[in-house]
Structures are given as C-alpha cells and as structure tokens.
Design a protein around this ligand. Structure first.
Ligand SMILES: NC(=O)c1ccc[n+]([C@@H]2O[C@H](COP(=O)([O-])OP(=O)(O)OC[C@H]3O[C@@H](n4cnc5c(N)ncnc54)[C@H](OP(=O)(O)O)[C@@H]3O)[C@@H](O)[C@H]2O)c1
Length: 302
C-alpha cells in the first residue's frame, strides 16, 4: 500500500529531491528541522515539507521515517527516533536508514531501535539526488524491507537484497569500492602514460578495449579535485568493513593511497571554473604538473 505521510530526516540535497518527488504524488512529507541549518530549513519550505514541532510529533504522525543525513549523523538520528518512540508509545513505526554507512553502523542502529519496538530497514541509494524518480535506485534489506514496497508507487525503483539489516549498507560500501577503485586505478595508470608521452594513445586503446568505461569514470576523476579526501575515507570504511567481518582487503587501501595523494595536492574547493565541469585531459595535466605519485628521486637515477 502506498504511503500517505512520510517523515524525512533531513532535507539536505537528497532529502529535498525525495520530498519533491513524494509531494508530486500527493504524499504529505514531514520533517523535524528546528535544530537544522538555515539551508536545510529553507529547502524544506521550498519543497512544501511540513515542519513539525518535535520529534515526538514526527514519530506519532509518520507512517515511515527515512533517514537521509550525513553518514556521521545516522546513528544519532536513529537514537532520537528510538527515544521519541519510547516516549510516545508508538509501536508500529517503520524506520529506513538510507545513508552511506558501514554495515557495522547499521548493526548499531538496529541495536538502538530494537528496544523501542521500531522496525528497521537498512537501505542505500545508488544514483544522484537529481535523478530521484528518474532512475536512482533504492536498495533495501532486512526482514521488514517488503513493507517499503509502497515507495514503488512514487517511481522509486526498489531492490530488496536479503534478510539482514546490514546488507544494504554492505552493498553500498562495496559498490563504492568499484567506483573509487576505478578512479584510483585510472589516475595511477594515466600518470604513467603521461610520463611516457602516451596519454592519448592509451586512452584510445582503453576506449577500444573497454568502450565507454573511462568516459563513465571521467566525471568522477574530475571531481577528485574536490572530493578525493572524502572518497579516500570511504575506502577506509570499505577496508574496515572487510576486516571486521574476517576478510582481508588489499585493493581498497591501494585506491585509498592514490585518492589520499590527490587530496594532498590541495587543489581546493569548487570554483567558478567548476572542477566537475572541467575536462579530463586538463584535470590529468593538473595532477601531473602538481607531481601526483612522483617519487623524490626516479628509481635507477643516481
Ligand atoms: N546527494 C546525492 O546525490 C546522493 C547520492 C547517493 C546517496 N546519497 C546519500 O544521501 C545522504 C545525504 O546526502 P546529501 O547529499 O543529501 O547530504 P547533504 O546535502 O549534506 O545533507 C545532509 C542533511 O543532513 C542534515 N544533518 C546533519 N547532521 C544531522 C543531524 N545530527 N541530525 C539530523 N540531520 C542532520 C543536514 O542538516 P544541516 O543543514 O543542519 O547540516 C542536511 O540537511 C548521504 O548518506 C549520502 O551518502 C546522496
């Protein structure tokens, strides 16, 4: 059954696009944003979101609460929902964490919500905020995941991964490993190609052998000028996820090193020239000029 009242914590970039999509389908969207920044509160107002006076009201009135916050706030938000559920005696509440968190954090959220009787669905979002309702996919896991099927009525494609309330988070972190892994690998190899004056030639051969692959990754390589540090942290999260589940991880730390080296170039914040809108060739040239991956003395030189 489709939902009629959905709580969203919070109305950031992704929450805004969820809210607009749900509103366009006649759903009432509720949030508690009294302790949020001005931008989030303005976004909520612009999207026609109802700002409720307290967490208790949110928990009493929403059929489901979806948490779409910065990953570091995910557990805090779940704890606030649990506290309000205990206080109000709300029993049938559904809570979906849709953040890029580790499966360990998802386990911690499950442990926070269980004593309050809140049903927890682990989730993650693959795709951009702007493409909500136009292809961005929501992956879910856990025994209560089917209860979110109602979201499909709003053009949100759902994929249910399995019965554990940490599989969707594991899925997201592993998925991110591929995108960031490609970025690290391409940057390393293309620095080598540039050194030998073979950049165009190797790009042409990559295109021949793997049509469209570098093109797909190039936007995120350009974005590394701004986001390399955060993406390096995600690779650390991937490694910790593997290690805490009895698996070794060799690729994630390698990608992390390349991304960290790019972050150390301090290429700065988004500028008018707009790092995301630059060209791949120009980005690679900048990395090269700034000495990306250059060792102090070339091996073999004395
Ligand atoms: N944006 C995308 O295209 C995209 C794509 C895929 C997945 N995601 C996922 O979606 C989630 C949100 O990303 P975003 O891009 O929307 O981030 P964002 O624009 O930075 O928004 C984050 C929101 O979380 C709020 N927040 C921060 N701390 C909070 C707390 N302690 N309690 C409640 N709310 C808090 C922020 O409020 P303030 O304004 O007060 O800071 C803001 O409204 C992330 O987990 C991300 O991985 C995003």
């Amino acid at each position: 059954m489709a939902f009629q009242r959905v709580g969203i914590m919070s109305i950031g970039e992704m929450g805004f696009h969820w809210a607009k999509l749900l509103k366009s389908h006649g759903v009432e969207v509720l949030t508690y944003d009294k302790d949020r920044g001005e931008v989030s509160r303005k976004r909520a107002a612009n999207a026609g979101v109802t700002s409720v006076p307290s967490m208790n009201t949110l928990v009493k009135e929403a059929e489901v609460i979806v948490s779409i916050v910065v990953p570091s706030a995910a557990k805090k938000v779940a704890a606030k929902v649990a506290k309000a559920a205990l206080k109000t005696g709300r029993k049938d509440l559904l809570f979906c964490d849709a953040n890029a968190i580790s499966p360990m954090t998802a386990d911690a959220i499950a442990a926070v919500l269980a004593p309050a009787g809140v049903s927890f669905v682990d989730g993650c979002i693959i795709g951009s905020a702007a493409r909500m309702g136009k292809g961005t996919i929501v992956y879910l896991s856990g025994p209560e995941a089917e209860r979110l099927r109602g979201l499909e009525a709003f053009n949100i494609p759902l994929k249910i991964l399995g019965p554990s309330t940490n599989q969707a988070s594991a899925f997201k972190v592993i998925y991110a490993g591929l995108t960031k892994g490609f970025q690290g690998l391409f940057c390393e190899l293309l620095m080598g190609a540039r050194k030998f004056g073979l950049l165009n030639e190797i790009r042409a051969q990559y295109e021949e052998s793997f049509p469209g692959l570098l093109d797909k990754v190039s936007g995120s390589i350009i974005g590394l000028q701004i986001h390399a540090g955060r993406r390096a942290e995600e690779m650390d999260e991937l490694k910790r996820t593997f290690n805490s589940h009895g698996l070794d991880s060799f690729m994630a730390p390698a990608a992390q090193k390349v991304l960290r080296a790019i972050a150390a170039l301090n290429l700065g914040q988004a500028s008018d020239s707009g790092a995301r809108h630059g060209e791949l060739a120009e980005t690679l040239e900048l990395f090269y000029e700034r000495g990306l991956l250059r060792t102090k003395a070339p091996a073999g030189n004395s």
